[in-house]
Design a protein around this ligand. Structure first.
Ligand SMILES: Cc1ncc(COP(=O)(O)O)c(C=O)c1O
Length: 431
């Protein structure tokens, strides 16, 4: 079995090296700071702490309680809100907690469609289906990549869902919560924001502020534009005490037992770092996304929403039907060391043939890239997908660009190697 141990270590090292040399453009990924990363391999990983601080089911939780209190306080401060729960272990788990707390099986919940950018949580085969709730789809404006307010008001008034989810995986522009708020109040629906993608932008003051625009609860992952550990979070501002209690008991014992204490401690570090560096990081992330959109547009790519500056977030969407479709384009880019993902876009005929690629700037920004590098990346796209230059040639240029950007920014310990493999054992398993 030592061979298996060696193999998995070798593969992990190879993975780290591959990403160290790649241009990482996945909108949902980011890099941890060294101070957050070291906590992931602490003893916290071995422990259980069910319940809330001071009300645990296991002994030995004194330090954990203090860490959790500190994480909650940092979260409330960063998001300027009065309620936080850091026990959901991912964004999907946080969504399940919201559904368990605020909707009963068979009830109607408003959402965007998957093809308009919603996450699979809203699908019958995802969290909605698991909870047995029925989706009510918002009308969509594909030009502006947002909800069509007028037509959606009519839909909401006609079917009166109990809960309305605002949040996307292809999240280019803020959603019109302010404008829909009177309708939600009129029909007695609660607003729920899934900020998995834009959490770090919200905290950095670069996107909308859903908890202060009319949403009672915000659920999210903590590892996309917020450069934290893979984990989840629930936040609230206007929620009544009963709503908070329902959210807390949905988080535990509803959708978690233990809540991954090592990740929670790492999250505390990431929240503290975002309080210090988040504004500048969020500003640069959005500026880079807009610069990348412009540079690709200038090179003849069909970047969505050109009249609106392509995006107000970390993400842009490029329709690549002329370039062979989303699957082929993403694969060719990956072969050249540019990592993205195929993505469904509004109007796509088949969910199996996504017409676009989704590109995000959280990771390249974290590594210190700016608009100049966005222009070089667009040039590589052009050479590969329009000019038909050999993959190896483009891959060499991508690797050369990346060589100057392999250390972390916007965190304590800035300048450390971003893709570092922690070889704590320091020897081979059979040695
Ligand atoms: C809008 C949205 N919500 C939830 C999730 C799920 O998050 P996680 O992967 O942390 O479960 C994602 C993941 O990409 C997402 O885009």
């Amino acid at each position: 079995m030592a061979g298996a141990v060696r193999r998995v270590r070798d593969l992990t090292r190879a993975h780290s090296t591959r990403f160290e040399r790649a241009i990482p453009l996945i909108a949902s990924e980011n890099l941890l700071s060294p101070y957050a990363k070291e906590l992931l391999i602490s003893d916290l990983h071995s422990r259980y702490a069910e319940g809330l601080p001071g009300e645990r089911y296991y002994e030995g939780n004194e330090q954990v309680d203090e860490i959790e209190e500190l994480t909650l306080a940092l979260a409330r401060r960063l998001f300027r809100c009065s309620f936080a729960d850091v026990r959901p272990i991912s964004g999907t788990v946080a969504n399940l907690a919201v559904l368990k707390a605020l909707a009963e099986p068979g009830e109607l919940v408003g959402t965007a469609r998957l093809a308009d950018g919603a996450h699979i949580s809203s699908a019958a085969f995802g969290a909605f289906g698991l909870r047995g709730v029925r989706p009510v789809y918002y009308a969509w404006d594909p030009e502006r990549m947002t909800i069509d307010v007028g037509r959606t008001r009519e839909i909401l008034r006609a079917v009166r869902p109990k809960l309305c989810l605002f949040g996307l995986s292809l999240f280019l522009f803020p959603l019109p919560i302010d404008e829909l708020r009177p309708t939600l109040e009129e029909i007695g629906a609660l607003g729920w924001y899934d900020g998995a993608h834009v959490l770090g932008l919200i905290a950095g003051g670069e996107f909308q502020d859903p908890l202060h625009e009319g949403c009672s609860v915000l659920s999210a992952s903590t590892h996309k534009t917020l450069p934290g550990p893979q984990h989840g979070i629930l936040l609230g501002e206007t929620a009544e005490p009963t709503v908070r209690q329902r959210l807390q008991s949905a988080a535990f014992p509803g959708v978690t037992s233990n809540h991954h204490l090592h990740a929670m401690a790492a999250l505390a570090v990431s929240l503290a770092e975002h309080l210090e560096f988040g504004r500048e990081y969020a500003r640069q992330t959005v500026a880079n996304a807009r610069a990348l959109g412009q540079a690709l547009h200038d090179r003849g790519f069909d970047v969505l929403a050109p009249e609106l500056g392509f995006t107000r977030s970390h993400t842009i969407a490029v329709r690549v039907v002329r370039e062979g479709g989303g699957a082929e384009a993403a694969q060719r880019l990956a072969a050249a060391g540019i990592i993205s993902n195929k993505n469904l876009l509004p109007g796509d005929r088949s969910p199996k043939q996504p017409g676009g690629v989704r590109l995000g700037t959280p990771e390249v920004t974290r590594l210190g890239m700016g608009p100049k590098e966005m222009a070089v990346i667009a040039e590589l796209f052009d050479e590969l997908l329009h000019q038909g230059r050999p993959v190896a040639e483009v891959a060499a240029k991508a690797a050369a660009l990346k060589r100057g950007f392999t250390t972390l920014r916007y965190c304590f310990g800035a300048g450390e190697a971003a893709y570092r493999y922690y070889d704590l054992v320091g020897r081979e398993p059979d040695a």
